[in-house]
Design a protein. Structure first.
Length: 95
């Protein structure tokens, strides 16, 4: 019986926009998320917002960040890393 030839399929990298619409993200957790996603072969970006009280930016900044993540043409997935009560505060600021 003839040996079958394996064909390697080229898989397009997945572009992920990582955001945290509520609580802020610690630097070590940000680095861990980036390194794990890089090992999986994804293209990802995490944009850090300046902390506002205990949240990752003002409600306006977080709403704008979420809107921009969905508007990017090259983004395949929008992944929210943190959630909670602060996420509800951004609803009026999402376009």
């Amino acid at each position: 019986m003839a040996k079958q030839k394996r064909i390697k399929k080229q898989i397009k990298p997945i572009n992920i926009s990582l955001i945290y619409p509520s609580f802020g993200l610690r630097k070590k957790n940000k680095a861990l998320a980036e390194s794990r996603l890089k090992k999986l072969g994804t293209l990802s970006e995490i944009k850090k917002l300046p902390n506002w009280m205990k949240w990752s930016g003002t409600p306006q900044q977080r709403g704008k960040q979420l809107t921009q993540a969905f508007e990017k043409k090259h983004t395949d997935i929008v992944w929210c890393l943190r959630g909670g009560m602060g996420s509800a505060l951004i609803i009026p600021h999402i376009d």
